[in-house]
Design a binder for this molecule. Structure first.
Ligand code: SF4
Ligand code: SF4
Length: 100
């Protein structure tokens, strides 16, 4: 899963190097290993593997990451994991699984 690539060059993920403190939180929370520690700085190594789940942005203490999250199946999968009900992009009720 970590090397999955979705559509190329459409990911909204943006990193503000000037705000980043190099804490490494985004590396820890990203399920697809999109980020890599490069010394004391973060770099985006697998941009096209980002599924726009928003975990990095939500957990970044420096607000250095922007990503448009909350759309499509990534949001549905997360909602399902949290036990929330809602529409999935494939039309399946997310309770009990989405796109599986
Ligand atoms: S979580 Fe934010 S501040 Fe920490 S390394 Fe990642 S981008 Fe930088
Ligand atoms: S939005 Fe999710 S998949 Fe994309 S870089 Fe952030 S944590 Fe990783």
């Amino acid at each position: 899963m970590k090397n999955s690539v979705y559509l190329k060059d459409v990911v909204t993920l943006q990193l503000d190097d000037n705000k980043c403190t190099g804490c490494g939180m985004c590396v820890d929370v990203c399920p697809h290993e999109v980020f890599k520690m490069n010394g004391k700085h973060i770099t985006i190594q697998n941009r096209d593997s980002c599924m726009e789940c928003g975990a990095c942005s939500l957990n970044c203490p420096a607000s250095a990451i922007f990503v448009e999250s909350g759309v499509g199946c990534a949001a549905a999968v997360i909602n399902s994991m949290l036990g929330r009900e809602g529409e999935c992009c494939c039309g399946t009720d997310t309770k009990g699984g989405c796109c599986s």
